[in-house]
Design a binder for this molecule. Structure first.
Ligand code: ZN
Length: 454
């Protein structure tokens, strides 16, 4: 059988198109396709392959870190798919090989080849969905940002899930770049103790966002924004009952620059990213600006794990803890949206405010009656720490506390409350320094979500 497509093309720093499309026709009776993109990569040339069939999306492949001769391959058929590819029937009709030119510093020639086969591929065992969580209400801790080898991670889906169990996670959102290829396997690995959430990371040219709790693939290619913008994609996520989270907004080339983004479509933002270093401080500042503008956006953590068991990518070093009506994907995301959640690298938190007869917890609204009392209960504190109350984005008060295995009770007052919000930050106290306010990002232990004040 001759190749269905064999062409060459060039991309360069002068290429203005965000995406390059090469269409090909698939005749009746084809059982397998192999789509291959080859190019020599001297340095930064981020060119990713996706495939669309007559009935929609069929997978993506990316090798962003590699240099030298790159070959991105998607091979699939009924009951069979390589990394990043969606298994399924090969429909006759018009197909598209879709190249996403995120950026390139070099002029690079590429070869795109589509081979067809009349024979079935090696079928893998089918995956069967298992119990996904349980109906008990509670505070649940989990990971909202992780990758497998189906995009640019090192871990397999099974390795990622095993690590999630080993490090004590209750829920795990898989956020592979572009592709949903791991979802079926993910759903076969959950049980009543570990709830999995099917998500994908919109990996655009001007920033990244996690689309959480999806039923179906959502088009994450938002850089031809006249036809399909970040706002269109975010609305589609909401229509599926999903949740939009802006990721690592200050991650240099991967930072958030979708200036047309309607922040009313944003449910959550990463306020602590385990790989981002000092830009974590800027994330808090951006978040405070959004909160002061009246947005109610929940702050969450992300490991952004590309290796479930190694170094700073290892799961279980930072958690988002959510108060949820059940350990179920929908309930966890509802809890995140409601803002009854906090970010922790160890301690646990209870945090509420009272004013007269009104009481409110994180994500709730307090009706102010003259003065406000804020109460916090912190447990499992392994380091001496400074607890800081932030009021409308500014320092309000702090207390220094000693490490303690048992619960610590804290109380703060505000004689002059204003409309807005209170939130807590807890930092390990730096033994080398007794001066300064102590908001060093590398000492972060816990970040609460806001209690709102009317
Ligand atoms: Zn990521």
């Amino acid at each position: 059988m001759p190749n269905l497509l064999e062409i060459t093309g060039t991309v360069s720093p002068e290429t203005t198109a965000a995406y390059l499309r090469h269409s090909f026709n698939v005749p009746e009776g084809i059982k397998q396709l192999r789509v291959s993109l080859r190019y020599e990569k001297p340095g930064i040339c981020q060119l990713y392959l996706s495939v669309f069939g007559p009935n929609g999306y069929r997978g993506s492949r990316m090798l962003p870190g590699a240099v030298g001769l790159i070959e991105e391959v998607l091979e699939f058929g009924e009951g069979f798919g390589t990394l990043g590819a969606i298994a399924g029937e090969i429909e006759a009709g018009n197909w598209i090989a879709f190249l996403d030119l995120e950026r390139t510093a070099y002029t690079v020639d590429y070869t795109l080849t589509v081979e067809a086969s009349l024979e079935d591929g090696l079928k893998s065992e089918p995956f069967f969905a298992t119990e996904n969580g349980n109906d008990a209400p509670g505070w649940y801790r989990g990971e909202l940002h992780s990758h497998t080898h189906h995009s640019d991670g090192h871990s397999s889906t099974a390795e990622l899930v095993a690590a999630a169990r080993r490090y004590g996670l209750d829920f795990l959102a898989l956020t592979d770049h572009f592709t949903t290829a791991a979802w079926a396997e993910l759903h076969s690995l959950s049980d009543e103790k570990l709830c999995v959430i099917t998500s994908l990371e919109m990996t655009g040219h001007r920033g990244h966002a996690n689309f959480h709790g999806l039923q179906d693939w959502i088009n994450p290619f938002v850089d031809e924004f006249e036809t399909w913008s970040i706002n269109d994609a975010a609305r589609a996520v909401r229509d599926q009952g999903g949740l939009v989270c802006v990721n690592h907004p200050f991650a240099l080339d991967l930072g958030w620059r979708y200036h047309e983004f309607d922040w009313n479509l944003c449910d959550a933002i990463e306020i602590y990213h385990h790989l981002e270093g000092s830009s974590n401080t800027a994330m808090l500042t951006l978040w405070d600006g959004l909160l002061r503008a009246g947005h109610r956006i929940t702050g969450v953590a992300g490991t952004d794990s590309h290796d479930a068991v190694k170094g700073r990518h290892r799961l279980g070093q930072v958690f988002t803890v959510v108060n949820s009506s059940a350990l179920r994907s929908e309930a966890i995301l509802k809890g995140v949206r409601a803002g009854c959640a906090y970010v922790t690298l160890g301690p646990t938190l209870n945090f509420w405010a009272t004013s007269g007869a009104s009481t409110a917890g994180m994500g709730e609204e307090l009706e102010v009656n003259q003065t406000v009392t804020l109460e916090a209960r912190i447990s499992k504190l392994q380091f001496p720490a400074r607890v800081i109350v932030m009021k409308n984005g500014f320092y309000h008060a702090h207390q220094d506390i000693a490490a303690s295995e048992t619960e610590i009770k804290l109380e703060f007052g505000d004689q002059n409350p204003q409309a807005g919000y209170y939130r807590l930050e807890v930092f390990a106290k730096d033994a080398q320094r007794q001066d300064g306010v102590g908001r060093e990002w590398q000492n972060t232990l816990l970040l609460s979500n806001p209690i709102y004040v009317r």
